[in-house]
Design a protein around this ligand. Structure first.
Ligand SMILES: Nc1nc2c(c(=O)[nH]1)N[C@H]1C(S)=C(S)[C@@H](COP(=O)(O)O)O[C@H]1N2
Ligand SMILES: [Mo]
Length: 165
């Protein structure tokens, strides 16, 4: 039988959970609802956008540090020089991506209060996906929205003496 009416259009594309993976003992797929199980923080931020000028937003969500810590990065938590090797890459659904370093958000290093937002200006982000919030950034490029993936891993130089040690 041929189709006589068009299928209903979906206006909201619901994202899948955010994939947290890499050098982690407990990689996880996390929904925005699951991010609400972590203790929530707020950030009132202003950042500059190259195309739209100054943007002012209020975000709520857990600290990126707390979410990654739950997944247990494969470093020795007692050793600062082990923790200092780790990178964090954040990917958006449209291909936009940004990197942070673990020491940037580690309490004993930069201690930056970077969030994984569950709401933006009071609106829940369940349909859109979480957004990275980097309050210490002057520009908006690392405020990656509609996050699909976060990779955590150690930087590994090749063919150096340190690598062989
Ligand atoms: N997924 C995704 N997130 C993104 C971008 C993008 O292109 N894709 N652009 C960034 C840039 S350059 C800015 S300035 C802010 C803009 O945020 P706003 O639209 O809430 O003002 O989003 C950031 N997050
Ligand atoms: Mo921007």
């Amino acid at each position: 039988m041929s189709r006589t009416t068009a299928p209903p259009l979906t206006t909201t594309v619901r994202t899948g959970p955010l994939r947290l993976h890499g050098d982690l003992r407990h990689p996880a797929d996390l929904t925005v609802e699951q991010l609400r199980h972590f203790s929530a923080h707020q950030a009132d931020v202003v950042f500059d956008c190259a195309t739209n000028g100054a943007q002012h937003h209020a975000f709520t969500g857990p600290l990126l540090r707390d979410v990654i810590t739950r997944a247990e990065p494969a470093f020795d938590v007692r050793r600062r020089k082990d923790r200092s090797r780790f990178l964090v890459a954040v990917f958006g659904r449209d291909g936009h991506r940004a990197v942070l370093s673990w020491p940037e958000i580690d309490a004993e290093f930069g201690n930056a209060p970077v969030l994984l937002a569950t709401s933006l200006d009071g609106n829940p982000l369940d349909a859109e996906g979480s957004q990275l919030v980097v309050p210490s950034d002057a520009c908006g490029a690392r405020y990656v929205s509609a996050i699909t993936e976060i990779w955590v891993g150690a930087y590994r130089p090749t063919n150096t003496e340190a690598d062989l040690a």
